[in-house]
Structure formats: structure tokens, C-alpha cells
Design a protein around this ligand. Structure first.
Ligand SMILES: O=P(O)(O)OC[C@H]1O[C@H](OP(=O)(O)OP(=O)(O)O)[C@H](O)[C@@H]1O
Length: 189
């Protein structure tokens, strides 16, 4: 299991965003094309490793959306998107997101106090995004039953867990070393 996912990850092109070595993969970029069997495997692994007694799946624009969609179709659980666009709806919560190569605001809508959620995104790297989002959701009184980042790049998982006290599940741990993707472990090793 996960063989095709690992193989495609190892073949990822690396591009520079300033000093940051950015891998390009179907899960994180929709480029190259996503093979449906990889998406199916990811959903299967998430189903087997999460508490699905939840009110909704919450994902982060943009590259959490295909993952939340696939999981929602498989589980019949609705999903909501933390957007990069401000709506000004009542109760909207802005969150400042800083990654290794960008910074901007995200906006949380339609996630309510007391709700049980599964949080999903494609990648955790510096941890900046998840730290900001998890802290905001906790402040809102939301119960994060599971937080999942499909790809863990470098030490992102540990950084998020240390900073938020929230455990983070990742499916593949990798890093970019000498301009190549190196797979370090998977959830099923
Ligand atoms: O752990 P971090 O260093 O914060 O990196 C992880 C974040 O970086 C990417 O988001 P990006 O803002 O590039 O958005 P995208 O999903 O639109 O590609 C990715 O989708 C994560 O949200």
C-alpha cells in the first residue's frame, strides 16, 4: 500500500520559491495529474486512522479541498472550506497564515463552538498554517477530533504538536534533500 504514492512523490519536480525548495506533486498541487488510485488509498488510510464521529470535515483552501471532497463522498460527512477570501459573514474568524514561502489571511466560516471536526490539509512543512488554524479553532471552542496532513515535510508534525498540544496524523513523512524528495517513513511502516 502507498507504493504508487511514494513513487510519485520521489519523482516530484523541485522548484525554488526564494530559498525554499518546493516539491510539486498531485496531492499538493494537482500537478502532474492525480491518479484516482492514489486518492482512494489516501481516503482509505484516513478512514482507518480517524475518529469519524464528527459533525463536519474542515479543510484549507486550496489543496485541502480535493482531499475533503474525496473523504466526504466516501463517508457522507459534510465539509467546509477555510478560504483565502474574506466574506464578512457573521462570526467569520480571520487567521494569519505564514508558510515557508508566503503569508496571507485565511477566513474561517461555518465552524461553530462545540462542533466536532476532522481537520485536513495536504502538507505540513514549517507548521505555520496548522499552528495558526488549530489555535483559532481551539479559541472558537471547536473540538478537533483529528488533524491530518497527508504529507509531512521536515519537522512540521512535531512543531505543530509542540506548539498546539494537538496531535497531528500524517501519512507520509518526507523531506527535500539535495534537490530530491527523500521518503523517511509512512503511517503503515
Ligand atoms: O506548514 P506550512 O509551512 O504552513 O505549509 C503548509 C501549507 O502550505 C500550503 O499552502 P499554500 O498557502 O501554498 O496554499 P495552496 O493550498 O493554495 O497551495 C499547503 O497547502 C499548506 O496549507
Amino acid at each position: 500500500m502507498l507504493e504508487e504514492f511514494k513513487k510519485t512523490l520521489q519523482e516530484s519536480p523541485i522548484v525554488k520559491k526564494g530559498e525554499y525548495s518546493y516539491f510539486v506533486h498531485p496531492v499538493s498541487d494537482g500537478i502532474p495529474e492525480m491518479k484516482p488510485e492514489i486518492l482512494r488509498e489516501i481516503v482509505e488510510v484516513i478512514k482507518n486512522n480517524s475518529d469519524l464521529d464528527i459533525d463536519k470535515i474542515v479543510c484549507i483552501e486550496a489543496m485541502g479541498i480535493h482531499l475533503a471532497t474525496a473523504l466526504s463522498l466516501e463517508t457522507n460527512i459534510p465539509f467546509v472550506v477555510i478560504r483565502k477570501r474574506e466574506y464578512g459573514l457573521p462570526g467569520e474568524v480571520p487567521v494569519f497564515q505564514k508558510t515557508g514561502y508566503s503569508e496571507q489571511n485565511l477566513y474561517i466560516n461555518q465552524v461553530n463552538k462545540g462542533e466536532k471536526i476532522l481537520l485536513i490539509d495536504d502538507v505540513v512543512s514549517t507548521g505555520g498554517t496548522y499552528i495558526a488554524v488549530i489555535k483559532a479553532l481551539k479559541n472558537m471552542g471547536v473540538e478537533i477530533k483529528d488533524a491530518i496532513a497527508v504529507i509531512e515535510k521536515g519537522e512540521g508534525k512535531r512543531i505543530v504538536e509542540d506548539e498546539t498540544g494537538c496531535s497531528l496524523t500524517t501519512i507520509i513523512k518526507m523531506d527535500v534533500i539535495n534537490n530530491e524528495v527523500v521518503i523517511e517513513s509512512t503511517i503503515i511502516d
